[in-house]
Design a protein around this ligand. Structure first.
Ligand code: SDX
Length: 429
């Protein structure tokens, strides 16, 4: 007999069906709760609420497990490439050689953006944050491809929008950086793979040859793989919610970019670097900043620490920490900020405040050390997170559409004024 839960309200008994996933996670299905009982549930921050059923990514926060379509992140980070992982997330299976070559070729063919996109750059102040520009320009793709707003796109049309987005985001991201630096823009090259092309567009200069370092290409592939999806996090839930209104893929992802920019979410990688630099400027006393993080009267938080789901360790942080050591050693870089980060981690992991609250380094704690080592400026760190998360956002948007999920519209508990009559302005106090 299917498992269920009994709810007793005002003396009446209601049965709630239990839903069990392939990894034996369980949920009460409350889809009919309000119709049957007049009650809704309340769960600020959705800490206990499942928004959907999904076959894309599995997390186990207690065990520190992260798998994309069943494949452990440790294996993918070691053996796969970002485009192969993107295909896996979006289409549900590892591609054959032919499928991967076709996917990669299609993306290469679409890396150019309309020349009118360049004109939009001219409208931004030179000091504009790259995430503000990225979210605007990704949304602008809806203007350049108006057919993308149709809710009745065929599979082929959706695939074309997927290819366009995967192809043009790196170009737009790199142009955002070059525009901010006042450098000439580099056009994409069809002879380079995804990560090499991005590095070329970011760092090549007309006046000097840019040698693409395979060690940096490998580090970038690994970082993008580790950021590619993370089930129903804030920005992905945003993409799904906006997409549930039949908004276009470009508009939905643009909304996700803005959610990711939040310093409590993907914006934390920039905050971590700035925090490490502040500690360095202050003399490097990590204990002072640990005390600030614990002080309830101080708004300072240890950025890059803590996670809504991982209450043990973030498996991505372990891989990135190891990669940071490897990349810096390979490039012969001795970054004092890495030492400060390691000291901070050690201090926090032996401090009761952090141990009691199960606060460990998350994906953002060490990623900036690597971005910095490969020459990416701090303000571009969250753009890098968005570039990595793009296939996850696409996969989740596509799954929501294919499952024909209803428009997202949460309920509330009203706590405002009771009914009262209008008072004309002359009679107001
Ligand atoms: C990402 O969801 C995802 O999957 C996100 C992500 C992804 O891949 O998409 O993994 C990416 O967003 C990683 C998180 C990056 N953010 C940060 O590093 C910012 C710092 N971390 C925190 O603000 C916090 O830990 C969150 C936002 C990550 C999680 O917040 P929660 O789950 O709402 O936890 P909380 O704020 O309720 O904190 C619980 C307790 C509180 O203390 P008490 O009220 O119990 O005394 O822990 C404390 C908090 O004050 N706490 C921290 C802390 N994080 C939590 N105290 C000091 N420093 C911190 N970093």
């Amino acid at each position: 007999m299917a498992e269920s839960a009994e709810l007793i309200l005002d003396g009446k008994s209601y049965t709630l069906p239990v839903v069990e996933g392939t990894e034996h996670e369980k949920a009460f299905d409350i889809g009919k709760l309000r119709d049957q009982t007049g009650y809704v549930t309340l769960d600020s921050g959705y800490k206990n609420t499942g928004a959907t059923k999904s076959a894309i990514t599995f997390l186990d926060g207690e065990e520190g497990i992260l798998r994309y379509r069943g494949y452990p992140i440790e294996q993918l980070a070691e053996k796969s490439s970002f485009l192969e992982v993107a295909y896996l997330l979006i289409y549900g299976a590892l591609p054959t050689q032919e499928q991967l070559e076709n996917f990669s070729h299609q993306i290469t063919k679409h890396t150019l953006v309309h020349e009118d996109v360049r004109k939009i750059f001219d409208g931004f102040p030179s000091a504009a944050h790259p995430m503000a520009i990225l979210s605007s320009l990704i949304c602008s793709l809806t203007a350049f491809y108006p057919e993308s707003v149709s809710p009745d796109l065929s599979k082929e049309e959706i695939d074309l929008n997927v290819i366009r987005l995967m192809a043009k985001m790196p170009t737009i991201a790199a142009w955002t950086y070059k525009n901010n630096m006042g450098h000439p823009l580099n056009y994409p090259r069809n002879d380079l793979d995804f990560c090499s092309n991005f590095l070329y567009m970011m760092f090549s200069f007309p006046t000097e040859k840019y040698d693409i370092d395979p060690r940096i290409v490998s580090a970038l592939n690994k970082l993008l793989i580790l950021h590619a999806d993370h089930e129903q996090n804030c920005s992905t839930s945003t993409v799904r919610l906006v997409g549930s209104a039949n908004a276009s893929l470009y508009g939905s992802v643009s909304a996700g970019i803005n959610a990711l920019w939040g310093p409590l979410h993907g914006g934390a990688n920039q905050e971590v670097l700035e925090m490490l630099q502040a500690i360095q400027a202050d003399g490097g006393d990590t204990s002072k900043f640990i005390a600030k993080a614990k002080d309830k009267n101080d708004s300072f938080r240890l950025m890059g620490f803590g996670h809504r789901v991982y209450k043990n360790f973030d498996p991505r942080a372990k891989i990135i920490k190891k990669a940071a050591d490897e990349v810096l050693a390979a490039l012969g870089i001795d970054d004092p900020l890495l030492k400060i980060a390691q000291e901070l981690e050690q201090a926090a992991l032996t401090d009761q405040y952090f141990v009691e609250r199960k606060l460990y380094p998350n994906v953002d704690f060490y990623s900036g050390i690597i971005y910095r080592a490969i020459g990416i400026p701090t303000e571009m760190f969250t753009v890098m997170f968005a570039l990595g998360r793009l296939p996850g956002w696409i996969a989740q948007w596509k799954e929501m559409r294919e499952n024909k999920e209803p428009i997202g519209r949460p309920r509330q508990i009203y706590t405002g004024e009771l009914e009262r009559d209008y008072v004309s302005i002359e009679n107001r106090k």
